[in-house]
Design a protein around this ligand. Structure first.
Ligand code: MN
Ligand code: MN
Length: 276
C-alpha cells in the first residue's frame, strides 16, 4: 500500500503548504477516450501495449502490477476522509480539471505531473500549475512567466505549441519538421494556430518555403488535433462538495481501512493537518 500512503503524505503536505478551501481529486474515468482516438489513432496507442503486459506474447516479461490493486483503496480512503473525487464518463481527468478550472471564481492551483494542463495556466484568472519535480518532493510553480521562459508561449498558447511540436508521451505526432523552438517562433509571429494556418495560405507571409510545405502537408492533422489536444471545459459533472473537510466524513470506515491496510502514520498526519 505504498501508493496509498504516498498519496496521503502528498495531500497532507499540499494542505499544509497551501491551505486550500476546496480540494478535488480529478479521476480518469477514461484515460484514452474513443472520441480522441477516432481523431488521432496513435493517441496513447503505445501505452495500451505497455498497460497490458504478459498476454499471449512469450517474450514479454511479467511485470507485477502493484499499483492497480491500490486504486480502489485510494478511492475508499478519499471517500471516507471526505475529499471529493470527481470524474466524467468518456473523459480524462484533464477534461474534469479543465471544466473545474473554467467554473472556478477564485484562484486555482492544478496539481499535476501532466504538462498537458499547462494550457490552463492563466494569470488573469489566477490559474496556475503546481508541477512535481524530483519525485514529488518539490512542486514547481508554473505561471505564465514560467511558460514564457521555458517554452516562449503563454498558457493558452501551450496547447498550440504541443499540437505543432507533438508529444511522444501521448502518441501525438505533431507537424513533422516543426520542433518546439520553431513552433514557439511561429506562434510568436502569427498569434495562434489559426494565424499560422492563415499564413500558409497567404503567399506574402513570412514563412520559409519548408515551413510552408510542412504545414500545408499537415492540414489534415491540424484540422483534428485541437479537439484531441485541448482539454474539454464543459464536461457534465455530478454534484459534489469540494470543501476540504476538517474531520473525516466516515470515521468508522476510515478506521477499518486504516487497520486493514496499515495506513497508520500517513493517515494520522493527514487528519491532523486537516484539523489544522
Ligand atoms: Mn493528459
Ligand atoms: Mn500528457
Amino acid at each position: 500500500m505504498n501508493a496509498v500512503r504516498g498519496l496521503l503524505d502528498f495531500i497532507a503536505r499540499l494542505v499544509q503548504d497551501h491551505r486550500p478551501d476546496d480540494l478535488v481529486a480529478c479521476m480518469d474515468f477514461d484515460w484514452r477516450p474513443g472520441w480522441r482516438v477516432e481523431l488521432i489513432p496513435t493517441y496513447k496507442a503505445h501505452r495500451v501495449a505497455e498497460e497490458a503486459p504478459g498476454g499471449e506474447g512469450v517474450d514479454q516479461e511479467e511485470v507485477p502490477d502493484t499499483l492497480s490493486p491500490q486504486v480502489p483503496v485510494i478511492d475508499a480512503v478519499l471517500d471516507a476522509v471526505g475529499i471529493a473525487r470527481v470524474g466524467a464518463a468518456d473523459h480524462e481527468a484533464d477534461d474534469v480539471i479543465g471544466t473545474l478550472a473554467d467554473r472556478a471564481t477564485g484562484p486555482v492551483d492544478i496539481v499535476t505531473g501532466d504538462r498537458d494542463l499547462f494550457q490552463l495556466v492563466d494569470d488573469g484568472r489566477r490559474a496556475r500549475v503546481l508541477y512535481p519535480v524530483k519525485g514529488v518532493g518539490t512542486l514547481l510553480l508554473v505561471d505564465e512567466a514560467a511558460l514564457r521562459e521555458k517554452y516562449g508561449v503563454d498558457g493558452p498558447g501551450y496547447a498550440d505549441l504541443a499540437l505543432l511540436r507533438g508529444d511522444p508521451s501521448d502518441g501525438l505526432p505533431g507537424v513533422p519538421g516543426i520542433g518546439e523552438k520553431t513552433a514557439a517562433k511561429l506562434l510568436a509571429a502569427h498569434g495562434d494556430l489559426a494565424g499560422i494556418m492563415a499564413a500558409v495560405d497567404d503567399p506574402a507571409s513570412k514563412l520559409t518555403p519548408s515551413q510552408r510545405k510542412r504545414l500545408d502537408e499537415a492540414r489534415a492533422y491540424v484540422a483534428v488535433a485541437p479537439k484531441v489536444v485541448r482539454v474539454a471545459r464543459d464536461v457534465p459533472l455530478p454534484a459534489f462538495d469540494p470543501a476540504l473537510p476538517r474531520r473525516p466524513r466516515d470515521p468508522r470506515a476510515l478506521g477499518e481501512l486504516e487497520e486493514r491496510w496499515g495506513l497508520g502514520g500517513s493517515l494520522r498526519r493527514l487528519l491532523s493537518t486537516l484539523e489544522g
